[in-house]
Design a binder for this molecule. Structure first.
Ligand SMILES: [Ca+2]
Ligand SMILES: [Ca+2]
Ligand SMILES: [Ca+2]
Length: 248
């Protein structure tokens, strides 16, 4: 009996400090059972000087990165088997899947998609080029509007006015338009400095992608598709979306 009580006390003594360290204490450390080193799936950095946003190789818009879509008829990860033409170097690097955007325009507007980029401890301000591979289907494929949002009221989110076309209320939106009028794959590289403030007097009208003073910095990316005419259909694919330092 004495031994049992002694054991109970010992267990209690061990459990109290362990409990303070949180639930994680009770999980087995990675590799303890001979498993391979954990992969850092959450970090999409593929090489020095490059931050890969997405290459769609999962064949999904839900993982590893989640994309939201709006208004557009079709925004989906599709097989690249039918998309081989264009710049050879690019065609060789698009892999198995890309993002297809298709749909008719209504008063020029077609819709689009977006994704949240900010993450604790990540600084995207060191990248000065936005790069995307675009598969066009000839003249009139689309006008692709790229939107980058920075956080000016330090809350890591973009508040929008649903009564006014979802325009940001407190944060800056910087945009760049690409007229897609070519056939096949083409790599488009845009200096971030060439993006222009789309909402003067909202936000601080300064491009500040760095996460400082509580701001999330560069928070999110959106692609908006516009028709070549007010009623034209858009049809294009995007792939290998990344931020880069220097040239590419
Ligand atoms: Ca791909
Ligand atoms: Ca904000
Ligand atoms: Ca700003």
């Amino acid at each position: 009996m004495k031994i049992r009580i002694w054991l109970l006390m010992l267990v209690c003594l061990l459990a109290v400090p362990a409990g303070r360290q949180g639930l994680g204490y009770w999980t087995f450390p990675a590799g303890a059972m001979g498993s391979p080193a954990p992969k850092n799936e959450s970090s999409p950095v593929v090489s020095e000087g490059k931050y890969l946003i997405d290459n769609f190789e999962s064949g999904s818009l839900k993982f590893p990165r989640e994309w939201w879509t709006f208004d557009i008829q079709k925004a989906a990860a599709v097989s690249n088997s039918g998309f081989k033409s264009g710049e050879e170097k690019v065609a060789a690097e698009v892999g198995s899947y890309s993002l297809q955007l298709q749909g008719p325009a209504k008063n020029w507007y077609v819709g689009g998609c977006g994704t949240y980029l900010a993450k604790e401890g990540q600084d995207l301000s060191k990248y000065n080029n936005f790069v995307v591979d675009v598969f066009g289907n000839g003249p009139g494929s689309a006008t692709l509007k790229i939107e980058l949002y920075d956080d000016d009221n330090n809350n890591w989110q973009i508040e929008q006015d649903s009564a006014k076309n979802y325009v940001p209320i407190y944060d800056d939106k910087y945009v760049y338009d690409i007229k897609v009028d070519w056939n096949g794959w083409k790599r488009v590289s845009i200096p971030v400095a060439d993006f222009v403030d789309d909402n003067p007097r909202v936000g601080d009208d300064i491009w500040n992608p760095q996460p400082t003073n509580g701001s999330g910095g560069l928070l999110q990316l959106q692609f908006i598709c516009l028709g070549a005419t007010d009623k034209a259909a858009v049809n294009l694919n995007l792939d290998n979306i990344y931020l880069a330092t220097g040239e590419k």
